[in-house]
Design a protein around this ligand. Structure first.
Ligand SMILES: Cc1cc2nc3c(=O)[nH]c(=O)nc-3n(C[C@H](O)[C@H](O)[C@H](O)COP(=O)(O)O)c2cc1C
Length: 271
């Protein structure tokens, strides 16, 4: 052994440090270190951005309430405009407000649908939602004289690929539709996602839920039902399955298992 040869490194760390940069150990070490640092950065970003995401989600929902009720204009102060809406927690079974039990400003009716105490499993489930919250947050809009102008009701149900979440706005008579729009879904752009097309959304304006006998007649279909044009929304071309989903969810939420008891009160002028 010559005098210039370096001594054998002793210990695992010393051996690791002395190894060639191309060694298997050092390559794995660097890869693991990069993964760890990257995952820490992603986690920190996700945690720190969550409040911003929640705020944006809330604002988006508020914009949708304003839009479906026809009071949205680009550039308006959304928080201020939304304050004109009166939120209430509605007991679906009785059609009564239960604001003394739940705070309408914070009650999360979508989360409540997964809470066994606040929801019911659906045997008859045309909207494909599995469970229904017993309570929903609805919004009343009054005119300047304080008279009821519109009601905005949340609804959701399965389309072809996804659950569509949206709102329907009704006139104060509880039967005439002012508008319907979805704020979240995963249907295919150009097909099912045409539910967002302003021309299709405009078809809802002025349609009626029930006929004079009180039967629910609103229908989304490829051809007009016997009840007539007042109750008919033309299905989306090339997206019959999403259209069937919308037909089902609207019928479910406007029917007895949904807002039926509330709409009966509204039509009787009791709200
Ligand atoms: C990639 C792909 C995505 C589709 N996305 C949708 C959709 O979002 N909604 C829908 O109803 N149909 C969608 N379809 C079409 C359905 O499979 C079906 O053909 C259609 O609903 C029938 O509508 P029509 O009777 O109006 O042609 C999609 C088809 C393909 C191949």
């Amino acid at each position: 052994m010559s005098d210039t040869q370096s001594p054998e490194p002793k210990g695992a760390i010393a051996k690791f440090l002395a190894a060639s940069p191309d060694s298997v150990g050092k390559t794995i070490f660097v890869a693991v270190a990069i993964c760890l640092v990257a995952s820490m950065i992603v986690s920190a970003a996700a945690v720190s951005l969550r409040p911003v995401q929640e705020a944006n989600k809330l604002k988006d929902k508020q914009v949708n309430v304003l839009q479906v009720a026809g009071v949205y204009e680009p550039g308006i102060n959304v928080t201020e405009a939304f304050a004109a809406f009166e939120p209430h927690v509605l007991d679906l079974a009785t059609g009564e407000f239960v604001d003394d039990q739940f705070d309408p400003a914070s009650f999360d009716d979508i989360a409540a649908a997964s809470n066994p105490e606040l929801s019911v499993a659906l045997d008859d489930d045309p909207a494909g939602i599995g469970r229904k919250s017993k309570y929903r947050v609805i919004y009343l809009l009054r005119d300047e004289a304080g008279a009821l102008d519109k009601v905005v009701l949340p609804l959701h149900g399965y389309g072809l690929w996804s659950t569509l979440y949206g709102f329907i706005a009704l006139e104060s008579n509880g039967n005439d539709i002012f508008g319907l729009q979805f704020y979240q879904h995963g249907e295919t752009p150009g097909l099912g996602a045409e539910v967002d097309n302003p021309r299709w959304k405009a078809l809802w304006n002025g349609k009626k839920l029930r006929d004079e006998a009180g039967d629910l007649q609103i229908t989304v279909a490829k051809s007009q039902p016997a009840a007539g044009p007042d109750f008919y929304i033309d299905a989306l071309a090339g997206a019959t399955l999403t259209s069937v989903g919308v037909d089902n969810l609207v019928k479910f939420w406007m029917g007895d298992a949904g807002y039926g008891p509330f709409l009966t009160k509204l039509q009787a002028g009791e709200i």
